[in-house]
Write a protein that binds this ligand. Structure first.
Ligand code: FAD
Ligand code: NAD
Length: 473
């Protein structure tokens, strides 16, 4: 006789969502967490990074208030005050993810490391839990690259970055992906020297047309970007740490942040004991997020490696996974994960947003019937009024005007992403014909969509027709 209906390993964004839905439906749920409730998003990911970016944004706005004719003294950054803001944001959200809240929902929260002992048994805190269904939601952690000398120097990851008690003097960042770029801008705006060493090109997964405005903005704010640069070795230095680059440069800084990607937290789960298939990318599942080898088990969040799609490390993907698992595991309905309309936003300023696939991804998948529509944000009245008219709306459609993917760069473009999520797969006529409030940044979305119809509307036959219609009484 099973002890629990649903056992969930990991109380991060994914595990908490699955546990809440399962308990809400009246099932007996055990939730295992060995660290801090809330996982990465709350404690060492989205929340502290966005809180730090908000503080940095305030400093940047003070510095550029002169564009409105307002002169302010150079802002003074009180690091302890910034830290207090970051800690305060975490503390304000923490009750939502707390053991108390989940206990009150009827979830048995077990604060211990969990491991599989048999196909239907988890061991934690010296007890065995016989489960009907289990969900592995143990998350991911920062990749520690095998660079000679790295073990001999102190380095930071997202686990330690947000608890620095002193402001870094010169932060060296390895990796120019979302973490590297967001943290580069945040720290530069808060008065640190920042150098990013990126092996390829910054924001390499985003549309290349969107990158130049971001690159220029970061450089203008003092971030040194060393793209196409590889670190051969790392060594201690009087300043703190030195990176030896492949072009012979010796780069020194006070702190080193590793932001070169994520690796699933597989260690310690003993997946083999339950016959759960996995690879170094994560737990192998079908598109219902069900383990391909142990049908009692599902995987959710960063650790899931759905066949054909691969892992995605976003908090909104955790909620999406929880919804799929509810359908598949709890209601026994067919469920099929799709990232066709998946949004992702890099919260730099200007920000980057991608909804669905990029043009390059679509072309690589063999699509030949693409129409590309662009609208420059320099033409957007709201951004002109705010002195920030820069960026691009780029839409990719099929030949019938159905939206396939969207790439955005500009101030606050993340707020436009939701509109496009709803539009993926739809014809653009709805958006082009919609009435949006003036003046908003979203009008640029409508203007870009209208570009699909404008050439047809202004074509010679239509002009001839209008020319004839004018003679009607
Ligand atoms: C700096 C940074 C910024 C980010 N910003 C954003 C953003 O702005 N927007 C966005 O959408 N995403 C963002 N992300 C990604 C997002 O944080 C992750 O996708 C999300 O937190 C993953 O949630 P999860 O539940 O899969 O894993 P986690 O949050 O890692 O939770 C897994 C939990 O499992 C526990 N655990 C692991 N093994 C065991 C075990 N054996 N027994 C018991 N417990 C165990 C861990 O302690 C952990 O608490 C960011 C990530 C980082 C690092
Ligand atoms: N705003 C957001 O939604 C947000 C913010 C932060 C993180 N995240 C999530 O977390 C994930 C991890 O972020 P990330 O930035 O660590 O990883 P990433 O994989 O997205 O980017 C890592 C970057 O590091 C570079 N790189 C790899 N090895 C290198 C090396 N040895 N030297 C120099 N550069 C190297 C890669 O070319 C790449 O550009 C993201 O992909 C995303 O899913 C999301």
């Amino acid at each position: 006789m099973p002890d629990v209906d649903v056992a969930v390993i990991g109380a991060g964004a994914a595990g908490l969502s699955v546990a809440a839905i399962s308990a809400g439906l009246g099932l007996k749920v055990a939730l295992f967490e060995r660290g801090t409730m809330g996982g990465d998003c709350l404690n060492t990911g989205c929340v502290p990074s966005k809180a730090l970016l908000a503080a940095a944004h305030a400093a940047a706005e003070a510095r550029r208030a002169h564009r409105f004719g307002i002169r302010l003294p150079a802002p003074e950054v009180d690091w302890a005050g910034v830290r207090a803001h970051v800690d305060g944001a975490i503390a304000a959200i923490a009750p939502n993810d707390s053991a108390e809240r989940f206990g009150a929902m009827g979830v048995t929260v077990v604060r211990a490391s969990a491991r599989f002992a048999e196909r239907d048994v988890i061991e934690a805190g010296g007890r065995r839990y016989h489960f009907r269904r289990a969900v592995v939601a143990a998350g991911s952690s920062a990749i520690i690259p095998p660079i000679p000398g790295l073990a001999e120097v102190p380095f930071l990851t997202n686990d330690s970055l947000f608890s620095l008690t002193e402001r870094p003097g010169h932060l060296l960042i390895l990796g120019g992906g979302p973490i590297g770029l967001e943290m580069a801008q945040a720290h530069a705006r808060l008065g640190c020297r920042v150098t990013v060493v990126e092996a390829a090109a910054i924001a390499g997964r985003d549309d290349p047309e969107c990158i130049p405005p971001l690159r220029e903005a970061l450089t203008a704010e003092g971030v040194v970007l060393r793209e196409g640069s590889r670190v051969q070795a790392v060594e201690p230095d009087d300043e703190g740490v030195a990176l030896l680059l492949d072009d012979g440069t010796r780069l020194t800084g006070t702190h080193l942040l590793l932001a070169v990607g994520r690796v699933p937290r597989l260690a310690g789960l003993d997946l083999a004991a339950a016959g759960i298939a996995f690879t170094p990318r994560g737990v192998t599942t079908d598109l219902a997020l069900r383990s391909v080898s142990n049908r009692r088990v599902w995987a959710a969040g960063d650790i899931a490696d759905p066949k054909g799609l691969g892992p995605r490390a976003f908090t909104h993907v955790c909620s999406q996974h929880a919804g799929i698992i509810a359908r598949s595991m709890l209601f026994r309905l067919p469920a099929r994960l799709s990232y066709d309309a998946l949004p992702r936003v890099t919260y730099t300023d200007p920000g980057l947003a991608q909804i669905g696939p990029t043009e390059a991804e679509l072309r690589a998948a063999g699509r030949k019937d693409l129409t590309i529509l662009r609208w420059p944000l320099a033409e957007n009245d709201r951004l002109v009024a705010e002195g920030r008219a820069e960026g691009l709306v780029k839409l990719v459609t099929d030949s019938k005007g159905r939206l396939l993917g969207v790439s955005l760069v500009g101030p606050g473009v993340g707020d436009m992403a939701g509109l496009f999520v709803l539009m993926i797969g739809q014809r653009l006529s709805g958006l082009a014909g919609s009435v949006l409030p003036y003046p908003t940044t979203q009008e640029a979305a409508k203007r870009a969509a209208s570009e699909f119809y404008t050439p047809k509307l202004l074509s010679a036959p239509v002009k001839r027709l209008v020319g004839l219609l004018k003679y009607l009484p």
